[in-house]
Ligand binder design. Structure first.
Ligand SMILES: [Mg+2]
Length: 336
């Protein structure tokens, strides 16, 4: 079967199966002119949207349909996680080139539904159209959060401890393996590639952090530690110091970097798309929060630096040398 044979409406009917995961409060899902759902007025609504364009964000031959669908939704869920919210409804718009097989499209929706199931998110609609050359996917997600729990980028204060909810730099190593067509012949390397193709949105971690009494600012790591922490310090009007030996680097990234003579700290600073959460926590409540995080998730909340009054971002190495760092993360318009 091809897309031409089933047509746009046949395609929508086909992919809409299994999209309604949480029918409570949903009045209309896919099939009417607009989705309709009720929300609780005690809550703040969060909306985020991400556009994934072939050859800019992904290479169709280097990613399976399942992984592409999974990642398109994951990056949006990560933005809801960064605010501390609960993801609720998703909308998927897709521009399909003629050479895109129906099986590949089906797999995109399978990947999205797999993640949607795990995080209890409905897929409620979107738009479908043709494209001359590239496959383009836009996902928008609606989430909610209690009005006194929202985490923003502008709330860091001098003295705060800076944490990450997971390892940094793995995704960049995975991308390096994919772009250079290096064989993923060990579980270590496969894990790095998975970190790039199927990042785990830290929604539960975001909810946990939002409920900690000492929480201040938060962001997800989509562009790289230096760039994402840069947003926090810039918007909070503060500076930060990072301790190179505390930046969380996985064993997999360490051995990858040792083999290829790369610097793992540089990977963590500049590599994007890890989708961990970076947060800052008031120093008197930080230890308790980190302790509870370990208890709850069976892995550490990694402390890696401090917020300070002096502007700018500085990294200190174990030999006490230090360097000022400028954002080196991904910038679509610089053609990096
Ligand atoms: Mg973000």
């Amino acid at each position: 079967m091809t897309l031409k044979q089933i047509g746009e409406f046949g395609f929508i009917k086909k992919v809409s199966r299994g999209c309604l995961i949480r029918p409570q409060h949903i009045i209309k899902s896919i099939g009417d002119d607009a989705a309709a759902f009720t929300t609780d007025l005690e809550e703040i609504s969060l909306i985020t949207t991400d556009l994934l364009v072939e050859r800019i964000h992904f290479l169709r031959h280097a990613i399976s349909g399942f992984e592409l669908g999974y990642k398109s939704l994951a990056v949006n869920l990560s933005d809801i996680a960064a605010m501390g919210g609960t993801a609720r409804e998703a909308f998927v718009s897709i521009a399909i080139p003629e050479d895109c097989a129906l099986d590949y499209l089906d797999a995109i929706y399978d990947g999205m539904k797999d993640l949607a199931h795990r995080f209890d998110v409905n897929i409620l609609g979107g738009d479908t159209t043709g494209s001359k050359v590239d496959l383009i996917i836009n996902v928008a997600v609606h989430g909610t959060i209690a009005s006194d729990e929202m985490m923003c980028r502008d709330a860091a204060r001098p003295g705060d401890i800076i944490y990450s909810t997971g390892f940094l730099g793995d995704s960049k190593a995975g991308l390096h393996l994919i772009l250079n067509k290096l064989p993923a012949d060990s579980e270590n390397l496969r894990r790095l590639i998975r970190a790039h193709l199927q990042p785990e949105p830290h929604l539960l971690e975001g909810r946990f952090l939002a409920q900690q009494p000492g929480i201040r600012a938060a962001i997800d790591t989509s562009d790289g530690l230096s760039s994402d922490l840069g947003h926090i310090i810039e918007q909070s009007g503060v500076g930060a110091i990072l301790f190179a030996d505390q930046i969380p680097i996985s064993g997999e990234l360490r051995s990858f970097c040792a083999q290829h003579k790369f610097d793992p700290v540089e990977y963590a600073l500049s590599g994007g798309e890890d989708y961990t959460l970076i947060c800052t926590m008031s120093p008197d409540k930080a230890d308790a929060a980190a302790h509870n995080f370990q208890k709850c998730f069976k892995r550490p909340l990694f402390p890696m630096g401090k917020i300070r009054e002096k502007k700018g971002l500085e990294i200190v190495y174990p030999d006490n040398s230090s360097t000022a760092i400028i954002s080196t993360g991904w910038n679509h318009f610089k053609g990096e």
